[in-house]
Design a protein around this ligand. Structure first.
Ligand SMILES: N[C@@H](CCC(=O)N[C@@H](CS)C(=O)NCC(=O)O)C(=O)O
Length: 194
C-alpha cells in the first residue's frame, strides 16, 4: 500500500503528479499544515516527524524529504520515472535530485528573502543555479535528455510554485509547456485544485 500524506498547493502536490506518472495504485491522505496566511495547523494524523508534507508510507516504510521520496519511488517502480543503478543516466539523475534539494531550494529561498539583491554570495548561488538549468534545458527536452524523470518533477515544481522567483527565458517556457502537456501533470493538477 502506497499512501501520500498531502496538503493541496504545497510541496506534496508534485508527488500527486509523480504518482500519476508512475500509475500504480496509491492513496492520498489529506492533512492540514500551518499556512502562510495564518490558517491551518499541524495534523496529528500526519506521520512526518515535523508534521510537514510530503510524507510517503509504503508497506509501513515512512519516507520524508522530497528528494528522498522521488528517489524511493523511482527505485520502487523501476523503468518508470528514473534510471536504476547501473543504467545510463543514473549519475545525472541522482545529481539533479540532490541539486534540487541542496542548490535550488536554498537559491529560491534566498531570492524570496531578497538576499540575492544584498549578498553577493547569495547572488552567485542563484546565478550558478540558473546557469546549470539553462545549459540542461538548452538541449532537453528533459533534464536527462529524451527521458522524462522524477528529477523533472522536482525541478519544474520550483517553477510552478513560484514562477516569479525562477529564471526567465524561452528555454524555461518551452520546458514548462512540455511539462504542462503531460496527461499525468494535468490529472494531478485537477486533483490538487481547491
Ligand atoms: N525539505 C522538505 C520541506 C517540506 C516542507 O517544508 N513542507 C511544507 C509545505 S510546502 C510544510 O509542510 N510546512 C508546514 C510546516 O512547516 O509546519 C521537503 O522538501 O520535503
Amino acid at each position: 500500500m502506497l499512501i501520500l500524506y498531502h496538503a493541496p498547493r504545497s510541496r506534496s502536490s508534485r508527488f500527486v503528479w509523480l504518482l500519476e506518472e508512475i500509475a500504480e495504485p496509491y492513496e492520498i491522505a489529506y492533512v492540514t499544515i500551518p499556512r502562510m496566511d495564518g490558517g491551518g495547523a499541524p495534523d496529528a494524523s500526519n506521520p512526518h516527524p515535523d508534521k510537514k508534507v510530503p510524507a510517503l508510507v509504503h508497506d509501513d516504510e515512512l519516507v520524508t524529504e522530497s528528494a528522498a521520496i522521488a528517489l524511493y519511488l523511482s527505485d520502487a517502480f523501476p523503468a518508470k520515472v528514473g534510471p536504476a543503478v547501473g543504467e545510463p543516466g543514473r549519475g545525472a539523475f541522482l545529481t539533479w535530485l540532490a541539486f534540487y534539494a541542496g542548490v535550488m531550494e536554498p537559491a529560491i529561498t534566498a531570492k524570496w528573502r531578497g538576499q540575492t539583491d544584498a549578498d553577493p554570495q547569495a547572488a552567485a548561488g542563484y546565478d550558478a543555479m540558473e546557469r546549470r538549468l539553462r545549459a540542461a534545458l538548452a538541449t532537453g527536452p528533459y533534464l536527462l535528455g529524451e527521458a522524462f524523470s522524477a528529477a523533472d518533477v522536482l525541478v519544474s515544481s520550483g517553477f510552478h510554485f513560484a514562477r516569479e522567483l525562477m529564471p526567465m527565458g524561452a528555454e524555461f517556457d518551452a520546458y514548462l509547456a512540455r511539462i504542462a502537456a503531460r496527461p499525468a501533470f494535468q490529472r494531478a493538477a485537477a486533483k490538487d485544485a481547491p
